[in-house]
Design a protein around this ligand. Structure first.
Ligand SMILES: Cc1cc2nc3c(=O)[nH]c(=O)nc-3n(C[C@H](O)[C@H](O)[C@H](O)COP(=O)(O)O)c2cc1C
Length: 445
């Protein structure tokens, strides 16, 4: 009998949980739990105890004040926080989100290379283009670039970053005291990149990261997002509502990867799943009900408008979404899902907001550990995914329940590791090591 494949898991880390009511249904110190780094460290420790692959911090370089009125909006810089959490953990991988629209590639390559060194090769970069148009106002007077323009920049941005990481050959530092020669500078290659958006000439002041390259994740599911993933991503975070849709999505990712000469299976697909676990179905349903009932309806429709990039001033929540308001949407996957749902139901926007909760178009689970393990087994064995991006609705509770009750079932079924076999995030995800020989093909001599 062939062994079932291990599922891979990354945890969508927030202070009090993915659900906007997560902080309301817990009885810890609300201020300390939601505005300190300690709660992130505690959840990371739980994830590592469960032998999960990685934790993941989402990001946008802005704050949405309308949300802060209702639920925690503390967003520490992901690279800094995860580097710190790397000092309090030994094995678990650490995915930091960073925007290609609101960073400079040289500076970002240096920060991630540093983080990979500081954590012994456990770092990953979730490459996003930032859908949130409000971010533009924090970076000067240029308008927020359109969806496909952002992706065109992202393609170049990632290429520059990879060149910079590859710039130092693995044995560039010789440290030869006898000859007084510290580095073989013929093995430190300047990027010499001159593209449509970026000109980066020099090399990084950081030796090649321990993983060669930190793991690249990509979280866009549009045509342009799939193309970027096919070119460069090792991992894709995506909203997928059912296993058949996920299989079709995988086929598109594999085709995109193949068009860039990469073998099928090069890209691990980890759909998001927001979950509530109970010891019985009734207990789980009751927990879900408590979360949903605590969610403010005003917040719900405003969040939905925000996630689609809609102008809230044009929305009457007691009416179906007007075409005038719909025309202000972002050209993103999230916007397509939200506007599609508004049109097909024709319900007042306030009611649409009660239907599209969590990650728009993504999977939600409410049930027992056994049922959760069944779902994971079905998705992984049918090829819908390589595992999941776990979105614990409450933290640390939901994650603790997953680790205590779902992980042992998965282990019994041969779907989850019983110890960390390797030391790097690449090892955990079963990704091929980055060959040193890539240098010649990527970096001009
Ligand atoms: C699980 C998951 C996590 C995401 N995290 C972020 C994030 O942290 N920051 C961000 O700007 N976008 C995030 N996104 C959104 C995508 O990166 C992307 O910007 C958005 O979906 C628009 O791209 P698309 O139209 O190609 O899907 C996330 C998406 C998913 C599915």
């Amino acid at each position: 009998m062939t062994q079932p494949r291990h599922a891979h898991f990354t945890v969508f880390l927030t202070q009090s949980g993915y659900h906007e009511s997560g902080w309301l249904v817990q009885d810890d110190d609300a201020v300390a739990a939601t505005s300190s780094i300690d709660s992130l460290a505690r959840s990371t420790a739980i994830a590592e105890r469960g032998l999960l692959d990685a934790v993941f911090l989402a990001d946008s370089p802005s704050i949405e004040l309308f949300r802060a009125q209702y639920f925690p909006q503390v967003r520490f810089d992901p690279v800094t926080v995860l580097t710190a959490l790397g000092q309090h953990s030994r094995h678990i991988g650490l995915f930091a989100t960073a925007s290609t629209t609101y960073n400079a590639p040289y500076e970002l390559a240096r920060r991630f290379a540093t983080a990979d060194h500081a954590t012994g090769g456990r770092f990953g970069w979730n490459v996003v283009t930032t859908g949130n148009a409000n971010a533009a106002a924090n970076f000067g007077s240029d308008p927020h670039p359109q969806h496909d323009d952002r992706y065109a920049r992202a393609v170049e941005f990632v290429e520059v970053v990879r060149r910079l990481w590859d710039g130092w050959e693995d044995d560039a530092v010789v440290g030869d005291r006898a000859s007084g020669r510290w580095a073989d500078i013929a093995k430190i290659h300047p990027a010499e990149f001159h593209g449509d958006f970026y000109d980066v000439t020099g090399a990084l002041p950081v030796p090649r990261p321990p993983q060669g390259r930190p793991v690249l994740a990509q979280a866009g599911s549009s045509e342009a997002g799939i193309d970027l993933a096919g070119r460069t991503a090792d991992v894709v975070f995506t909203p997928q509502a059912d296993v058949d849709a996920a299989r079709a999505f995988r086929a598109r990712i594999d085709a995109a990867a193949a068009s860039y000469g990469r073998p099928a299976g090069s890209v691990k697909i980890l759909p998001g799943i927001a979950f509530v676990i109970g010891s019985t179905e009734a207990e789980a349903a009751e927990r879900r009900r408590a979360l949903e009932e605590s969610a403010d309806p005003e917040l719900r429709w405003r969040m939905l408008a925000h996630n689609a990039g809609l102008d809230p001033a044009l929305i009457d929540p007691d009416q179906p979404l007007s075409e005038e308001a719909a025309a202000t949407a972002e050209a993103s996957t999230f916007a397509q899902v939200i506007i599609g749902r508004a049109r097909e139901t024709n319900l007042p926007f306030r009611e649409v907001a009660q239907l599209v909760t969590g990650l728009p178009g993504g999977l939600e689970f409410t049930g027992t550990p056994e049922q959760f393990a069944d779902l994971i087994e079905e998705w992984v064995t049918r090829g819908g995914s390589d595992g999941f991006t776990l979105q614990p609705t409450t933290l640390p509770d939901s994650l603790e329940l997953f680790v205590e009750h779902v992980v042992p079932i998965l282990q019994t079924r041969g779907l989850h590791r019983t110890e960390y076999a390797g030391t790097t995030l690449r090892d955990h995800l079963g990704l091929a090591p980055v060959p040193a020989s890539d240098l010649g093909s990527v970096v001009p001599a």
